[in-house]
Structure formats: C-alpha cells, structure tokens
Design a protein around this ligand. Structure first.
Ligand SMILES: [Zn+2]
Length: 195
C-alpha cells in the first residue's frame, strides 16, 4: 500500500494502487443484488447511473454537492455539456465494475454510505454528454477543462493520478473523477460506512 499523499491542485500525483478506480463508461449493472445493494423498491435501489442529475447530486455528501454544481457551471460557461455520470453507487454496482475491469478495488469514494444506508458519495464522475469517455473528450480539451474547474473548487481530480509499477510512477488517469478528500481517507470512510 502506497502512502504518499495526493496534493490538491494536482501537483502531486500518487495514487494508492487499489484505490484508483477506472470509471469507464458502458457500465451495465447486470444483476445487482445481495446485501451490498439497497433493498429492491427503496429510493436508492436500481442503476444509479440512470438517475436524474438532481438525484445524483442528492446522493453526494452535502459538502460535495455545491462544488460539483460549480464545476458543472464552470464547464457549461466554457461551452461544454457536462453531466454527472455517477455520484453514489452501491458496493454491488462497484463489484460489477470490478468484474468487468479486473481490478481489485472493492470500495471507492463513490460507495460511501451513511450508517442508515443513505448514499453519501465523496466522488463524482463528470463527463461531457456528447463524448462520455471517448477520445473526443480529450481532443476537444474537455478533460483539461474539467481538471481546471475541479481544481478551482479545491477538489481532487483523478486525471493527474499515477500509480507505482515496479518502483516507477506511470500515468493512471481517472479522467472524469473528482473527489472531496485525499485517497488516504478512504479506509476510514469505508469503516464508517459499516462496510
Ligand atoms: Zn469516479
């Protein structure tokens, strides 16, 4: 487990291997069930990538909401078409993503949940609705703009992340991902989520 800190503003760049989550599009929930998913019929059940923008905001920690709104506003002012792809998602949904991407990350800042089961995400994935994670996003300067707007709001941006491979740092960007706190807070939040 790597312990370096991720600085705000994207100057330092180190990600805990295992904490970095690829937030690619094309996530399909498949069968989401079991104790890690909200009860069927509950407000927070179902595919959280399909929720309205308002509900995705509501699924975030209260301190994250206004910052994400400000990022979206900033991007819209620059003629992008930002949208939240994921705010909160269940651990069950996380595991579905893991299966697809063959990573070992079982809990991310998207999964933080209050003890009573209410979503309390510390992260959001913000994409341009025209491009999602396709190459056009980079070609049109969207990720760079997202990084700038996120940094303005004092959020941590996944686009600058790196990981250690054989003692070398290599880029491991999670382009759409912004989060409220540094990576070393994850373990504690996981415990507080009762997960
Ligand atoms: Zn993310």
């Amino acid at each position: 487990m790597v312990s370096d800190r991720l600085a705000r503003g994207g100057r330092l760049i180190l990600v805990d291997e295992g904490l970095h989550l690829p937030c690619d599009a094309e996530f399909k929930p498949g069968s989401i069930e079991g104790p890690a998913a909200p009860r069927p019929g509950s407000k927070w059940a179902g595919d959280s990538s399909k929720w309205t923008q308002e509900k995705k905001l509501e699924s975030m920690h209260p301190e994250l909401r206004p910052l994400v709104k400000a990022v979206i506003h900033g991007l819209a002012e620059r003629n992008f078409q930002p949208m939240i792809f994921f705010g909160w998602r269940s651990v069950a949904a996380q595991l579905e993503i893991l299966k697809k991407h063959h990573t070992r990350v079982k809990f991310s800042f998207h999964n933080v949940t209050k003890k009573n089961g209410t979503p309390d995400a510390y992260a959001a994935d913000i994409v341009d609705k025209r491009w999602l994670w396709q190459d056009e996003a980079a070609k049109n300067g969207y990720w760079k703009a997202l990084g700038e707007e996120a940094t303005k709001q004092n959020l941590y941006w996944g686009g600058v992340w790196k990981k250690r491979v054989h003692h070398k740092l290599v880029p491991a960007p999670d382009w759409a991902h912004v989060q409220l706190v540094p990576n070393d807070r994850l373990r504690r939040l996981k415990e507080e989520s009762g997960l």
